[in-house]
Design a protein around this ligand. Sequence first.
Ligand code: ATP
Length: 378
Amino acid sequence: MNATAAAASGPIIEVRNVAKSFVVKRSVFGRPLARLAAVDDVSLALKPGETLAIVGESGCGKSTLGRLMMRLIEPTAGQVLIAGRDVTRMSHGAMREQRRHVQLIFQDPYASLNPRLTIGQTIAEPLMLQNIVPASQRPKRVAELLEMVGLRPELANRYPHEFSGGQRQRVVIARALAPEPDAIICDEAVSALDVSIQAQVLNLLKDLQKRLGLAYVFISHDLGVVKHIADRVAVMYLGKIVEIGTADEIFGAPRHPYTRALLSAITVAAPPSLQRARAARLHGDLPSPLSPPEGCRLHTRCPHARPACQTVDMSLDVEPSGHANACAFWRELPPQDEASRIREPRNAKLELLFGAFEAMAAETAASAAAKDAPVAGG
Ligand SMILES: Nc1ncnc2c1ncn2[C@@H]1O[C@H](COP(=O)(O)OP(=O)(O)OP(=O)(O)O)[C@@H](O)[C@H]1O
């Protein structure tokens, strides 16, 4: 962790009542005619060293929230704090310096690498732009960063097209590590990779977290992956956080009907419970984000909806443990079905590979410590 963040010892990133709406239709004179609220009144904090996952259906606002968290896009309302400093109205110069604390990696490693630069040049770019390491020491630092992500330093002179998808994502991670950030926002960072490569990259992220004290915001639609990597999980629906808690709370004792439905959708239910598992499912289609329902946004699809849900507000009911959810009637809901708990993530192959790679990583670390040998990358 960087000195500033360590000194602050508060959240690395905090968003307070943040909102983002996009103008999706304008008049011929450029006047906004329709706005889409992608993120609506969201507050959350990323603690040092933790992995906070953001999950939800496609279009619910996960990526927009991720970009707001590093002020890559301007919020329509609310505040963004990075390493304790309010960056909401910071100048671009000051923002550049503050953004060092938070880096972003996303789904397509090929698109995020310049094909005309060697990977050594790509990794050296942030070192140069932010003047982090003197020019004479940059090749050494690039070699260190490559080793950190399990790639041989000799590969620094190669071009992105000479690498596999998994290796390219390792290069992207090395570049993200160059400014010595406190946090990395991983937006569907492993979604484009084969399952076996996914497991390797996820293990690398976990390993780097242990070694460097990094915090991650892990944006994913894959709950099987999230279950393995997250300390806390925030569940989004139509631009709102509907539930947030530890991974154990969310996967073991979900409160909100939407979280329960998401989990039941990935559960392989035992035949006798199948009926009840179905009961947890939502009906109807996702409403248009251009005109979300009044009151609780889930009420048009919720199996437990009652008339009052059409007018309730969606503020989070926070328990002392920090587990919070936005269902006004969650205390009156029937107990969660056994069948709608996550038992068997669809990504069972990933689970197996995880175990195998974790064992391999432990062995490699032990032999590397003994022989001081560099690790080979996949
Ligand atoms: N620049 C933009 N202009 C207009 N609408 C946008 C823009 N960016 C995002 N949106 C809309 O905002 C909503 C949230 O999008 P966002 O990409 O944040 O969702 P997401 O949960 O990350 O989805 P996915 O998993 O498909 O990436 C969507 O309805 C999307 O179409």
